[in-house]
Structures are given as structure tokens and as C-alpha cells.
Write a protein that binds this ligand. Structure first.
Ligand SMILES: C[S@@+](CC[C@H](N)C(=O)[O-])C[C@H]1O[C@@H](n2cnc3c(N)ncnc32)[C@H](O)[C@@H]1O
Ligand code: SF4
Length: 342
């Protein structure tokens, strides 16, 4: 299959592809000049040409919960090791997310997401929050999901909300491999949810959200990448092929080191363009799980503006810019190591 739209992130970790659409062109057509301005600002921040006065994109991890236990994900760790990364007892309320959207909208934030370690469709508030963010002028609203709870009603609410991108993680072409990769889910339910959602979007005469299917490439599923692309090619808008990154020193069986993502190709730009707000309110400078220990502040006592322009983030940016990995915070070191080939 030919690839009209290709994109590699700065570390060469994720590849987006479609042979029939350019997602950015469609979004520019649907949303207009504000989308193009946002992408220009994102690119300028990503390449260190401009330092925005407020994060361009903010992710809200509203809970630390998931209905699945995928072997590559920190969610599958035994409870005592998972506890290091968060607590199921704490949550970011929809009201708090609205307040954070208000602060972003006043300060030029362009995009919102529901990134982090959780399953966003566990929260019934997602469509309302997306609609709220879009009504306040945010031009991009997106999230990853395992697709299990993508019912027709939820699908309709998401299409009505103004969501721009829905990214569904599938990771397999067959029921057998899916069961190994997406433990606790059901292949036929999720495949049918995706097909129904695409039909619904067509019936509702909407081009958005663009739908991306993701494939996290590991030794368990690598042989199904081509059949996966063949199966869904032309049915969804685009694909993301992600390399597996090691989060803890002990890898689960089936993930030999030579399947890890390639080493980082450049300086990390995450703290120049985005923030992640975790379920307990902690403010993180990046969306990588390794960064969950890099706490810059907490939304229950600090404003995002103060933290974005404060000394902790300034120091992190300065250290990352200097490129001295030994001098970096332990979390950044872990992130770099995660993508190092053995
Ligand atoms: C952490 S999940 C959260 C959203 C949602 N629950 C889902 O599965 O899409 C976001 C993405 O991270 C990917 N992911 C999880 N563990 C990973 C790892 N060790 N390396 C690379 N990607 C990983 C998942 O496949 C998914 O596409
Ligand atoms: S569905 Fe997503 S968050 Fe849940 S275990 Fe799988 S990758 Fe992790």
C-alpha cells in the first residue's frame, strides 16, 4: 500500500500513514484558518523557534483506571508496582476539567486531549467536555481509546461534540493475537464498534472525527501488521504504527529488547508545547508514562499559566536543551533509556 501521508515523530517512534487522505488538510478544510494557525504554532514550538506563553495542547487524565490489562502497558503491572504510577481512588472531576479549559481558552491553548494512563470512555463526561472545549475556541480535540465502550449512543455524542480525532488501539488482525495484546477485551465487539462508528459518521454526513487505528508493534503481533492494514485500509482514515517502549526494567514475556523503539533522534520538545494533568491534579511536562514522576505543580493549588512560566519548567527546558542526559531528571533519563535499543 502506498503512503500519501507520512509522519515520523522526532524520535522516530510513531509513524502515521494513510494512502488516501491527509488528515491535516481535511482538518484545515473543516476548521478553517484557526487550525492552520494552530499547526504553525505547534511546529514552531516543536522546532524550538517559538516558546508559547501557554501550552498549545493540554491532556486531562481524569482517572487512573482501565477495563483492560494489556501486557505492554503499565496498567498490567501487579497492584503494588502499578501504585507507583497512580491511584484508582483519585479522579479529576469534569468541573475541574472545565475550569482548566477556561484557563486554557483565556490563554491561547489550541488543543485538548484525554491522554495518560486510563481508558477515556470509562468517563461519561467526555463528549460534553469536548463540546465545551470546542465551544470555548479550542480547535483540536482528540483521544486514544481501546474502543470497547464505543457504543452507537456514545459514537453519536462524540460526533456531535466536535471531536476532531478518535484514535482506536487495535494492535492485531486476528482474534487470537488480539486476545494476547488486549487482555480483557473482545475482538469482535471492538471490530464491530469501529465498523458501526464509521457507518454512523457517514450517515450523520460528518467528516469528523477523523478515525485512526493504532498498532503497537511487538514480537507478539508483528506478523499481523500487514493483514491489519489490509483489513482496515479504506475503512478508516489513517493508521499509527507505534514501536513498543519499555517502561520498566523487567519486560513481560514476548517483548525481546530488539523490538524496542529506536534511540531518540533529537532533543525532547514536549515541555515546549504541552502539559498533562494527571488524575490527582499533578501537572506533568510530557505525555510519556516515564514522566509521571516529573511533577511540576498541582492544579488544586497552582494555575497552569504559573507553572508553564515558572522556574521548574524553565530549568527542565534548559537542561533538555543542554542535552546532558546525565544532568537530566531521572524520569527523562528513563524515557531516553526506554527507547534505546539493546
Ligand atoms: C496508554 S493507552 C491509553 C488509551 C487507551 N486505553 C488505549 O489503549 O488506546 C495509549 C496508547 O499507548 C499505547 N501503549 C501502551 N503501552 C505502550 C508501550 N509500552 N509502548 C508503546 N505504546 C504503548 C497503547 O497501545 C495506546 O495506543
Ligand atoms: S487499554 Fe490502554 S490504558 Fe488500558 S491497559 Fe490497554 S493500553 Fe493500557
Amino acid at each position: 500500500m502506498s503512503e500519501q501521508f507520512r509522519y515520523k515523530d522526532s524520535r522516530g517512534v510513531s509513524r502515521l500513514m494513510s494512502d488516501h487522505i491527509d488528515p491535516h488538510r481535511i482538518l484545515a478544510e473543516e476548521i478553517g484558518p484557526a487550525y492552520e494557525d494552530y499547526r504553525r504554532r505547534w511546529e514552531a514550538a516543536r522546532t524550538f523557534q517559538e516558546q508559547p506563553a501557554f501550552p498549545i495542547h493540554v491532556d486531562y487524565e481524569m482517572m487512573f483506571r482501565c477495563n483492560l490489562s494489556c501486557p505492554m502497558c503499565l496498567m498490567s503491572l501487579p497492584p503494588e508496582r502499578r501504585r507507583v504510577y497512580g491511584s484508582a481512588a483519585e479522579a479529576l472531576s469534569p468541573e475541574k476539567v472545565r475550569e482548566l479549559i477556561d484557563e486554557g481558552a483565556r490563554n491561547g491553548q489550541c488543543a485538548m486531549g484525554f491522554g495518560g494512563l486510563w481508558e477515556p470512555l470509562l468517563s461519561p463526561a467526555i463528549p460534553d467536555l469536548v463540546a465545551y472545549g470546542r465551544s470555548k475556541g479550542l480547535v483540536d480535540a482528540l483521544f486514544n481509546t481501546n474502543g470497547f465502550f464505543l457504543t452507537e449512543d456514545t459514537g453519536r455524542a462524540l460526533i456531535d461534540s466536535g471531536l476532531t480525532k478518535l484514535m482506536i488501539s487495535l494492535d492485531a488482525a486476528s482474534e487470537e493475537v488480539y486476545a494476547q495484546m488486549r487482555v480483557g477485551s473482545d475482538f469482535n465487539t471492538v471490530a464491530s464498534n469501529i465498523e458501526k462508528f464509521m457507518n454512523l459518521r457517514a450517515r450523520m454526513n460528518s467528516r469528523l472525527p477523523l478515525v485512526r487505528l493504532s498498532f503497537c508493534r511487538t514480537a507478539l503481533n508483528e506478523h499481523e501488521l500487514e493483514p491489519f492494514l489490509e483489513r482496515w485500509h479504506g475503512l478508516v482514515d489513517f493508521f499509527s504504527i507505534q514501536a513498543y517502549g519499555r517502561y520498566e526494567s523487567a519486560d513481560p514475556p514476548g517483548f525481546p529488547a530488539d523490538w524496542l523503539a529506536p534511540p531518540p533522534a533529537g532533543r525532547c520538545a514536549q515541555p515546549h508545547k504541552r502539559l498533562l494533568i494527571r488524575h490527582n491534579g499533578d501537572i506533568m511536562p510530557c505525555c510519556d508514562a516515564s514522566g509521571t514522576q516529573l511533577v511540576m505543580g498541582n492544579v488544586h493549588k497552582d494555575s497552569l499559566f504559573e507553572i508553564w512560566n515558572g522556574p521548574k519548567l524553565a530549568e527542565l527546558r534548559q537542561r533538555l536543551g543542554a542535552g546532558d542526559l546525565k544532568g537530566l531528571a531521572a524520569s527523562c533519563q528513563a524515557c531516553q533509556d526506554k527507547f534505546e535499543t539493546a
